[in-house]
Design a protein around this ligand. Structure first.
Ligand code: ZN
Ligand code: ZN
Length: 99
């Protein structure tokens, strides 16, 4: 009985070890995206690549994921942590892809 319990424990640990790189990969990818976004939005503006209009980021924005509306960054939700990958230009309404 004790032996079986030990085996189960070992199998569980092996499962965590096998899954760990996936979590590390996902975490790094998320961190990289957040870093690239922070590089792009330095100064609080993003220039539209289509019409050249300057889009402020600190506006009242609604999160696509959780629906929360707040001031701050239109690219990042303080409620659920969602990082938005694109938004419509204020001037020409073309989608500006950030990530
Ligand atoms: Zn949200
Ligand atoms: Zn534009």
């Amino acid at each position: 009985m004790k032996h079986a319990a030990l085996l189960r424990h070992v199998a569980l640990v092996a499962l965590y070890v096998a899954a760990a790189p996936v979590f590390v990969f996902l975490w790094i990818r998320r961190a990289l995206r957040a870093f690239r976004a922070s590089q792009l939005v330095r100064g609080g503006f993003i220039d539209c690549p289509h019409c050249g209009a300057r889009n402020p980021l600190d506006i009242l924005a609604t999160c696509r994921r959780c629906g929360a509306t707040e001031f701050g960054s239109r690219l990042y939700c303080g409620h659920c942590g969602e990082v938005t990958q694109g938004f419509a230009c204020d001037h020409c309404t073309a989608t500006i892809t950030v990530l």
